[in-house]
Design a protein around this ligand. Structure first.
Ligand code: AMP
Ligand code: AMP
Length: 341
């Protein structure tokens, strides 16, 4: 049987959550394409998720081959590595059909706009200190465009900040209140077709070396050189979590409100997968310190579905497959324009 989906190819860059995106697309009857950097193709071959692989020397080569891809009915699914390698301005220029609202990128990457958006949606966010002299509590210092938490550091007060920032001269940074609590990354999917926001799962991150410092005693930590024990937040993996059930109503409300506000600030607003990056304190306060306006790699443990997607769908439903399902539903209802840019 020729399905609508079989005329289309779903493509993404070979990294981050590509395995899941491509597998989900195959399960929904699409052809799949992995655009791989030389040397990384093997993985996509071995797992059998890519019907076709295009090898490039640089991910930016996508701009050179996009006319051919458009002719071949290719739809691009963005993920964090895709945005990191292409850069938001190039992504905005892409002509290939793209799943997501490009205009939302500026509200995500500009911390002031992000704050206005999330606080406008009722999310509680950590304080931002405009000047180091204003620091009056423990803070986390984040560098702009820092790849996956690289180089972030903690500072106790202004003096501590001034010592530690010396190792990072010339870099742009944000000083954010450090929230002591457990991290919870909430995965959502907003369907522009049904208008519903779904919870698809939760994860926590595995970060080096902040997740390893606690494995040695304070005595041994004190014996190490300072730069070794300063926590760093380089992401190396993701761990599945289920959240205390009584927190679910608040999480759902947060996701819905973030979508509602996005429609006022960025065209048709946020749709598809997104993630609210949260810290939950012992008082049960949920702080949101970041939003990812696309699929997050924390959904990767759920290739066969999460406990939440299982409740809802009763069939394997990863976030990658949920994206392909949305495109499929749009094709069936002749509403493809509503889900692509
Ligand atoms: P990579 O393709 O793994 O080199 O990652 C490129 C960028 O994508 C990283 O610098 C991160 O910003 C982001 N990224 C990749 N994997 C993850 C992950 N598991 N969690 C969060 N961000 C990620
Ligand atoms: P980000 O690049 O903003 O996703 O942050 C990387 C990591 O830094 C997170 O996964 C957390 O472990 C940590 N982090 C970021 N912001 C905060 C905060 N305000 N309070 C506590 N931990 C944070």
């Amino acid at each position: 049987m020729v399905t609508h989906s079989s005329k289309w190819t779903i493509a993404t860059l070979g990294s981050h959550s590509a395995l899941q995106i491509l597998k989900g697309a195959q399960d929904e009857g699409f052809k799949t394409l992995a655009i791989c950097k030389k040397g990384t193709e093997k993985v996509y071959k071995q797992f059998g998720v890519a019907d076709k692989i295009i090898t490039v020397n640089d991910y930016m080569d996508l701009l050179k081959i996009q006319d051919k891809l458009i002719k071949d009915n290719v739809i691009i699914i963005p993920h964090a590595s895709f945005i990191a390698y292409m850069g938001p301005s190039n992504v905005e220029k892409l002509k290939i059909p793209y799943f997501g609202t490009k205009k939302i990128l500026e509200h995500e990457s500009d911390r002031n706009k992000e704050k206005k958006w999330l606080e406008g949606a009722g999310c509680v966010m950590p304080l931002i200190f405009d000047k180091p002299e204003d620091i009056d509590r423990p803070v986390i210092v984040k560098f702009h465009g820092a790849g996956g938490g690289k180089g972030y550091f903690l500072a106790r007060d202004t003096a501590d900040f001034k010592v530690k920032i010396k190792r990072h001269s010339g870099k742009k940074y944000t000083i954010q209140e450090y929230i002591l609590g457990v991290h919870m990354y909430a995965h959502y999917f907003h369907s522009p077709l049904t208008g519903e926001t779904e919870i698809l799962g939760f994860d926590k991150r595995y970060e080096s070396n902040v997740d390893s410092i606690g494995r040695i005693s304070a005595r041994d930590q004190m014996a190490l050189p300072e730069e070794k024990v300063d926590p760093s937040y380089v992401i190396v993996g993701n761990i599945p979590v289920v959240v205390r059930e009584s927190y679910l109503p608040r999480f759902l409300e947060m996701g819905e409100d973030v979508v509602t506000v996005s429609k006022k600030i960025a065209g048709r607003g946020l749709y598809g997968p997104f993630c609210l990056e949260c810290v939950i304190t012992p008082e049960g306060e949920i702080y949101v310190f970041e939003i990812s306006a696309r699929i997050v790699a924390g959904t990767n443990p759920y290739i066969h579905g999460s406990p939440y997607s299982w409740l809802r769908y009763d069939e394997p439903m990863s976030t990658g497959r949920r994206i392909a399902r949305e495109i499929n539903n749009a094709l069936k209802d002749d509403k493809l324009k509503e889900v692509l840019e």
